[in-house]
Ligand binder design. Structure first.
Ligand code: FES
Length: 238
């Protein structure tokens, strides 16, 4: 058996916000998402959390698990219970809580949209695929792995202090296109990230890199955008 200690909040009864504990049967190979589903199915149907793919792809079940931002579907109980039989689970910090473990993602996706996370090109539509060398593709391979789950941005103390900072996720997704040899929007994105709420707010605390469930070198990506702004803007602006 294990205990899930879950932060509860019901907007219709905010005075009762607090922690609730649930005893759950579990095996070392169980994923935490399965146990949350067990609680909802058998112990308390009002427990609210997001999930979809259950395989670490959609990014919808990010939450604070034993103090660290993680995806519940990627957490195995054997990695959580080796020191303690209780796992604490809370909603992501830095975003308004809507109910229990569900937060309002709109401020996060607003920043994501502002850096224009799509290929920007000019001229006629090509009649065949846009050719890219393997070396050019490798330049931004790491940041293509992002599944905007918010684990990185919501682990950033600069973002907690002032939600106006674009945050690591938006910069990672800008990096993915800034260093794409086929894209022509690098100058526009770099101007956005050179502003008061852009990359210079980063204090390299590395929380984002630790939190990323995809293993993206988030702090390195932010540093590469900073270096491009300082030293080689001409090389990436096409
Ligand atoms: S449910 Fe899709 S990433 Fe966890």
């Amino acid at each position: 058996m294990g205990t899930l200690k879950i932060r509860r909040f019901n907007p219709e009864d905010p005075g009762k916000a607090g922690w609730a504990s649930f005893e759950v049967p579990c095996l070392p190979t169980d994923r935490l998402l399965n146990l949350l589903t067990y609680v909802k199915g058998y112990l308390d149907g009002t427990l609210t959390f997001r999930r979809s793919c259950a395989h670490g792809v959609c990014g919808s079940d990010a939450m604070v698990i034993n103090g660290v931002n993680r995806l519940a579907c990627k957490v195995l109980m054997r990695d959580m219970l080796h020191k303690n039989t209780t796992v604490t689970i809370a909603p992501l910090r830095g975003l308004p809580v809507e109910k229990d473990l569900v937060v309002d993602m709109e401020p996060f996706f607003s920043a994501y949209r502002q850096i224009k996370p799509f290929l920007m090109t000019s001229g006629q539509e090509p009649t065949r695929e846009r050719i890219q060398s393997q070396a050019d593709r490798a330049r931004y391979d790491d940041t293509t792995k992002c599944i905007p789950c918010a684990c990185c941005t919501e682990s950033c103390p600069v973002y907690w202090a002032d939600g106006s900072y674009f945050g690591p996720d938006a910069i990672v997704n800008a990096h993915r296109f800034i260093f794409d040899s086929r894209d022509e929007g690098a100058g526009e994105r770099m101007d956005i990230l050179n502003g008061i709420d852009g990359v210079w707010r980063c204090r390299t605390t590395f929380n984002c890199t630790i939190a990323c469930p995809r293993g993206i070198k988030v702090t390195q990506a932010i540093t590469e955008v900073k270096r491009a702004l300082l030293f080689n803007r001409k090389a990436v602006v096409r």
